[in-house]
Design a protein around this ligand. Structure first.
Ligand SMILES: CC(C)(COP(=O)(O)OP(=O)(O)OC[C@H]1O[C@@H](n2cnc3c(N)ncnc32)[C@H](O)[C@@H]1OP(=O)(O)O)[C@@H](O)C(=O)NCCC(=O)NCCS
Length: 384
């Protein structure tokens, strides 16, 4: 396999987009390609994610993006892996480039739903759960993650303030991120006073519905020769699946897909958690950040919330987690989220994360989950 790099990465500001998903995707893709020093003609394959294109009456968006880039003959495919769609696209791009099927590949994810009301968006999203056992019976993602949070809190008594600390930390990071949906800090008192959405999850435990687009350029080391930016060297690209419906899982104290993808990734990279300088993890709800850190092997089961409350995961802490603001505060435009985590790592490596720099940027890990863990991607990057 060829050594593979991420050589360009771009995102728009998440929140409410005036552009269509297709326009935003094309614009960020062009920005990522320009940044990489390559040209659109160098792209051998485009991997697109756009789970809810139906909300814009547009499917098959890959050829449209390639047309917009001036490369209509370049092949493309649209991948759907729920909230982990663009990290699945990244995995496929890496496989293509490492295997020699393309010298460079584009990964782009975009979502636009802000013209829909909360009820409609919630029911659209819920189809990524198990329709027969969960969705049809009224389950939604806030409800399913509330079930996980309740199980966790029953097994490991955890104070509200510990989950609140995660929301406060992620909002503080997002306040320094020009790509973020919510660029405002919140206090613990604001968290505690916020309304209950699905007990025990409050408003500030939840990610919002966001529009957004993010793009990455993946290329073979031997093709790039002299990169225009500090590339992210791909040390691991692992994916896993797991039982989707929660009733059939052995326990609800974590996500099995995270554990499987993490052990494969650490094996590929020949690394251990202690070798990682900072992380972007899938915190669609605050409980998801806690479970991610435990399932990835950074903290023992039952201790993740306390470590976060103690400041270990703060931007200037021992293990910075979600310096971008995470899904909680940077936002969660489903199909763009996985790529945007890597945009944050790219900006940190390249000194572009002004005002939210983490202390060490030698290695980083990105963790992206589909739904309640039916699928999961873990990527590990290092400097050259
Ligand atoms: C939490 C949630 C129910 C709130 O929806 P809502 O009550 O309809 O809220 P609205 O969209 O009417 O927004 C009301 C206000 O709350 C803010 N807000 C909405 N969601 C927010 C969130 N998650 N965090 C912080 N603020 C939020 C809005 O910006 C708005 O603020 P403003 O009045 O200052 O403009 C909704 O954001 C949600 O379902 N989030 C989870 C999405 C999800 O499940 N994603 C998939 C994960 S797997």
């Amino acid at each position: 396999m060829r050594e593979t790099w991420v050589v360009g990465a771009a995102s728009n500001r998440f929140g409410k987009m005036q552009e269509t998903g297709r326009e935003a995707a094309t614009r960020v893709a062009l920005e990522a390609i320009r940044q990489s020093g390559l040209t659109p003609q160098d792209i051998g394959y485009t991997f697109v994610s756009n789970c809810f294109g139906i909300a814009e009456h547009q499917a098959h968006v890959g050829p449209l993006i390639n047309n917009g880039l001036g490369i209509p003959d370049t092949p493309s495919v649209t991948l759907e892996s729920a909230c982990s769609s663009s990290s699945a696209g990244l995995h496929e791009a890496i496989v293509h480039v490492a295997g020699g099927f393309a010298n460079a590949a584009l990964v782009v994810g975009a979502e636009k739903l802000s013209h829909l009301d909360t009820l409609t968006s919630t029911s659209y999203f819920a189809i990524a759960a198990d329709y027969a056992f969960e969705t049809k019976n009224g389950a939604t993602f806030p409800g399913l993650y509330a079930t996980l949070a309740s199980a966790y809190r029953q097994a490991f008594p955890t104070k509200d303030e510990m989950f609140g600390a995660i929301a406060v930390k992620n909002h503080a990071n997002a306040a320094r991120n020009p790509h973020a949906h919510f660029q405002k800090e919140i206090s613990l008192a604001t968290y505690l006073a916020s309304p209950m959405i699905a007990t025990p999850l409050r408003l500030y435990d939840c990610c919002p519905f966001s529009d957004g687009a993010a793009a990455l350029v993946v290329a073979a080391k031997e093709f790039v020769k002299s990169p225009a930016t500090e590339p992210l060297v791909v040390r691991a690209s692992a994916r896993s699946g797991s039982v989707t419906d929660m009733q059939d899982r052995p326990d609800l104290l974590g996500l099995p897909a995270t554990r499987t993808a993490a052990s494969a990734a650490f094996r590929q990279a020949k690394m251990e958690p202690k070798d990682i300088d900072f992380l972007e993890v899938h915190d669609c709800f605050t409980i998801a950040e806690v479970m991610a850190l435990e399932d990835l092997g950074f903290f023992p089961k039952g201790t993740g919330a306390k470590e976060s409350a103690d400041g270990v995961t703060a931007r200037d802490g021992k293990l910075p987690v979600n310096p971008s603001g995470g899904l909680k505060a940077k936002g969660h435009p489903v199909s763009a989220t996985g790529a945007s985590q890597v945009v944050e790592i790219f900006e940190q490596f390249n000194g572009l994360a002004k005002g939210r720099e983490v202390p060490k940027t030698g290695t980083a890990l990105a963790h992206n989950v589909g739904a309640t863990g039916g699928s999961c991607s873990v990527h590990i990057f290092s400097r050259r």
